[in-house]
Design a protein around this ligand. Structure first.
Ligand code: DGY
Length: 318
């Protein structure tokens, strides 16, 4: 893409919202993303604004010899080979902060929907299968006094924790990199303690080799019966087959999933799993947030092409 405003476009904000980032970069005859066509287009690109589903690896970088910046339209950047980009002198940037509150809100939307079985209730009503109020219809879990376990106490994890106070929940947090420091009423603990104590477990960690498959048959087996699992981070953090098994076996109180290992494909046993809310990666999907994310990408492109360091440069993880 170019760093100049297209002719006739009133502002970057309008241009991005109306045209640019809603379109996949290269489509085949049936409207599907065509990686080969995309690679061919990259030959002349100085800057790349990519979506979280675009794998920016050594092949892409080799196809783009002029490339100076990759602006990832997401805070998570597991789709970008940052080491390979850095080795070629290509700057990588992402979109932190602007999506924190929207993603935390959506985490709570999933959490509440799971705890109170909203998905099942909605289906019952729409299917014409609701025959009136009864004392035991779709009984759920109460949150007051329950414990929320947050994995990954970064910006989004802390925003999710802040909302928990209003629901009277105790909050504990753990990380694959060690026990987080206690902060703002959140108690740091080990992952083992978190699996064993939390009534609701919410993932807010990046997808890294250490977090891939973090929730698997073993960790699911350590969770409290009836625990609820929420994932608005990355699908690869969960072994989806193991989660589906636990849900089908009735060992969990539910799962709220916004992200999947091979989006947009969904593990078939998750599609039929009870007490499961599935969403199409909507965590940051508010107009304000998505426009702010686009503006951060454009700023990063402009900065790098003008020889400046972008505000949200991503570095190789230590
Ligand atoms: C991200 O930014 O990483 C989210 O998953 C999408 O907004």
């Amino acid at each position: 893409m170019t760093s100049r405003l297209p002719e006739g476009a009133p502002s970057w904000r309008g241009w991005i919202a109306d045209h640019a980032l809603c379109e996949p970069p290269a489509l085949d005859g049936e409207g599907r993303f065509d990686r080969a066509a995309w690679l061919a287009e990259l030959g002349t690109a100085d800057a790349l604004v990519c979506l979280l589903g675009d794998r920016v690896d050594a092949e892409v970088l080799a196809a783009a010899p002029r490339l100076r910046v990759v602006a990832n339209y997401a805070v998570g950047y597991d789709n970008v080979d940052v080491a390979a980009a850095t080795a070629r002198g290509v700057v990588v940037a992402n979109t932190p902060d602007v999506l924190t509150e929207a993603t935390a809100d959506f985490t709570w939307a999933l959490l509440l929907a799971c705890a109170r079985r909203l998905g099942e209730g909605e289906r019952l009503v729409r299917d014409g299968a609701w025959h009136g109020w009864t004392p035991t219809l779709l009984l759920g879990a109460e949150l007051a006094g329950a414990t929320l376990g947050i994995v990954g106490l970064g910006r989004i994890g802390r925003a999710v924790a802040r909302r928990a106070a209003a629901f009277g929940m105790a909050v504990i947090a753990a990380d694959t990199r060690g026990v987080p420091a206690d902060v703002d009423g959140v108690r740091g603990c080990t992952l083992d303690e978190l699996w064993a104590r939390a009534d609701v477990i919410s993932l807010h960690c990046p997808l890294t080799p250490a977090t891939r498959g973090l929730i698997d048959a073993a960790t699911l087996g350590r969770m409290r019966p009836g625990a609820i699992v929420i994932n608005t981070a990355r699908g690869g953090c969960i072994d989806e087959a193991a989660l589906a098994d636990a849900l089908h076996a009735g060992r969990l109180g539910g799962a709220g999933l916004d992200v999947f290992a091979a989006e947009p494909a969904i593990h078939p046993r998750l599609l039929t799993a009870p007490r499961t809310i599935l969403a199409p990666h909507l965590g940051s999907a508010t107009t304000r947030t998505r426009v702010a994310m686009a503006e951060l990408c454009i700023s990063a492109v402009r900065d790098v092409l003008a020889g400046r360091e972008p505000a949200n440069q991503v570095r190789v993880r230590a």
